[in-house]
Write a protein that binds this ligand. Structure first.
Ligand SMILES: NC(=O)c1ccc[n+]([C@@H]2O[C@H](COP(=O)([O-])OP(=O)(O)OC[C@H]3O[C@@H](n4cnc5c(N)ncnc54)[C@H](O)[C@@H]3O)[C@@H](O)[C@H]2O)c1
Length: 253
């Protein structure tokens, strides 16, 4: 498929995991992609197989308002337009409200929530022109609670409702806003989990399908939401979770 020829996409956190797979998916479907992240060498590795005219590497921290404003301008300067913003960059930290440090709380909020706000705000004027769309990478942790992940649950929960609010506010401008909500996906974020057979078995008791998911599984759904096929879809927080959220929470018998 070549659904994104002449389209310009910004992907944050594009150096690894879901962001990398998403950037590659858009690039392989003909888009020009600005790869955003904190580590230039990782972004350059993603960019390497593609012609220079198709990719732009931007070193930026999404929790830094000025960095984010500049990255949107840099993408516009190189490619002349903006059609899709994928707010993917994210961090997770463990801890409940009784034990979380203020620094850990702020770090998660600054990246997973403030970063989404900064990038969306900077992109919206340009998406109005292109009638483009925004896809947030939320989480099942934004639609229900986990144990010991309070800051992440709070940030992703805010992203879930922000998706709805932004969809309502900007729909008449021709901008669609959706989110994907992955569950356990094999990436750097879950590297301490992916070799833990017992943990995977526990997750598989909750997945309807066999898990964990792959970054490419999430990237494919992001590409669908950005595509013309989803032109009447907005305000949706779409689980990409192997059916985990289909359960009412009762354990298998
Ligand atoms: N892996 C999972 O199981 C899972 C499940 C649900 C949601 N998610 C979400 O998917 C998104 C991508 O995570 P991933 O699983 O691919 O993990 P990952 O760690 O491989 O990717 C996250 C990327 O974001 C970048 N990043 C972090 N903070 C940043 C900042 N301040 N500025 C710029 N870039 C920054 C990292 O460098 C990294 O490249 C995150 O938003 C995460 O919360 C992941």
């Amino acid at each position: 498929m070549q659904r994104f020829v002449d389209k310009v996409v910004v992907v944050t956190g594009a150096g690894s995991g879901i962001g990398k797979a998403t950037a590659e998916r858009f690039l392989n479907e003909g888009a020009k992609v600005a790869l955003v992240g904190r580590t230039k060498s990782k972004l350059e590795d993603v960019a390497k197989p593609y012609p220079e005219s198709q990719v732009l590497v931007i070193e930026a921290d999404v929790s830094n308002e000025e960095d984010v404003n500049q990255l949107v301008l840099a993408a516009l300067e190189k490619f002349g337009r903006l059609d899709v913003l994928v707010n993917n960059a994210g961090v997770v930290t463990q801890g409940d409200v009784g034990s979380l440090s203020t620094d850990d709380w702020r770090k998660v909020m600054a990246t997973d929530l403030d970063g989404v706000f900064y990038a969306s705000r900077a992109a919206i004027p340009h998406l109005k022109t292109s009638k483009g769309s925004i896809i947030h990478v939320g989480s099942v942790s934004g639609t229900g609670g986990d144990w010991g992940m309070a800051a992440y649950n709070a940030a992703k929960g805010a992203v879930t409702n922000l998706t709805r609010a932004m969809a309502m506010d900007h729909g008449k401008d021709g901008i669609r806003v959706n989110a994907v909500c992955p569950s356990f996906t094999k990436t750097g974020m879950t590297e301490d989990m992916v070799d833990d057979r017992k943990l995977i078995d526990k997750f598989n008791e909750r997945f309807a399908l066999e898990g964990p998911g792959k970054p490419e599984d999430v990237a494919a759904v992001i590409a669908f939401l950005a595509s013309e096929d989803a032109r009447f879809v907005t305000g949706v927080n779409l689980p990409v979770d192997g059916g985990m959220s289909a359960s009412n929470g009762q354990p298998p018998q």
